[in-house]
Design a protein around this ligand. Structure first.
Ligand code: GLN
Length: 330
């Protein structure tokens, strides 16, 4: 169609980039929080140009077939489909990741989890990192890119998610080992220096699911109180950490108190808590204790006297990285 008019014949010359942008913005206003950005990104994706060209050359003609493809994608976006699935990609920690509906779209707040993981990984030292429930591979790949000397393992229970994660690793040329596993099930006898996990933590009856309908329920639904997966990871991780090792968990904005109580009841000691850029409690850093913080401290002192694997434990309460959006639903 000619997108400058409500109806009209399909012609070779009917659509220009600028005309398509204007039409798409009208279609998306009210349906998307960012109509102009979405329009530009969808047109850039379909026409294979960078967004800067969409902005710089509005007079460029667009072939009819491409105009029609833009129209289809704009209509899907207007119905609520996430932009990342439509353009099959999402940037995370400066990595261009491919995403499909088999994986959760990596969130800006999860960049905080990467920041904190890296803050606890000494540069230039070999160490073993595990990313549990990797989805698109986001956390594992960001860690591997920043710390090439780390050996990084990533698991997911979903074979379809692992296919996406493996393809991302190949495309980005990052050597991460992928294992199909429900939490620790396929990792018997293995130990790591750092275990990091962004598990599903949205409570099953949370109204947030209305806005999350396109993403895999498996990656989001944390059971009745949202803590089922966090419970499973806290229970399992003890037996898979090296001495002095750390567990880093992302959690929901209202789960910190319950999660800290749960962790401490399972013998974990709190190392640090972190708040995301929207001001939400978001990340816990834990270490194995034999019951409470005191025993954990003693154990750590002993470990330090011998051969600590993780040496640069930094404690701070806020990320300093200027990344991420300013609001986060869960
Ligand atoms: N924070 C995510 C959201 O926006 C939830 C991610 C998760 O469950 N791990 O809904």
């Amino acid at each position: 169609m000619v997108h400058g008019k409500p109806t009209g014949p399909i012609t070779q010359t009917g659509d220009t980039v600028g005309g398509l942008v204007a039409w798409a913005v009208r279609e998306l206003t009210g349906a998307s929080p960012s109509p102009l950005l979405d329009a530009e990104l969808l047109i850039a994706f379909v026409t294979g140009q960078p967004r800067s060209s969409v902005l710089a050359f509005p007079e460029r003609p667009v072939r009819t077939a491409l105009g029609d493809e833009v129209e289809r994608l704009v209509q899907r976006r207007a119905r609520g489909e996430p932009l990342a699935y439509l353009v099959r990609g999402q940037e995370f920690y400066s990595l261009a990741l491919r995403v499909t509906p088999a994986v959760l779209i990596p969130r800006p707040e999860t960049e905080l989890l990467v920041d904190e993981t890296l803050a606890h990984l000494p540069r230039g030292e070999a160490c073993a990192v595990l990313d549990l429930g990797t989805g698109s591979g986001a956390i594992a790949l960001a860690v591997k890119r920043a710390r090439p000397e780390a050996s990084v393992t990533a698991t997911d229970v979903s074979p379809a998610a692992l296919t996406v994660a493996r393809a991302n690793a190949e495309r980005l040329r990052l050597a991460v080992r992928f294992v199909e596993s429900s939490w620790f099930a396929a990792l018997a006898g293995e130990r790591f220096d750092v275990i990091v996990c962004n598990p599903p933590y949205v409570a099953s009856d949370d109204h947030a699911f209305a806005a999350l309908a396109y993403e895999p329920r498996l990656a989001l639904d944390g059971g009745a109180d949202g803590l089922d997966s966090l419970r499973a990871v806290l229970a399992g991780a003890r037996d898979h950490l090296n001495d002095g090792g750390l567990l880093l968990l992302e959690h929901g904005h209202d789960q910190r108190a319950a999660l800290v109580a749960l962790a401490e009841s399972l013998g974990w000691a709190l190392v640090a808590v972190h708040t995301d850029l929207a001001g939400h409690a978001r990340v816990l850093v834990l270490e194995r204790g034999r019951g409470g913080a005191r025993a954990a401290r003693d154990e750590r002192d002993r470990d330090r006297a011998t051969a600590p694997r993780v040496t640069s434990i930094q404690k701070h309460s806020k990320s300093s990285a200027p990344r991420g959006r300013q609001k986060s639903p869960q």
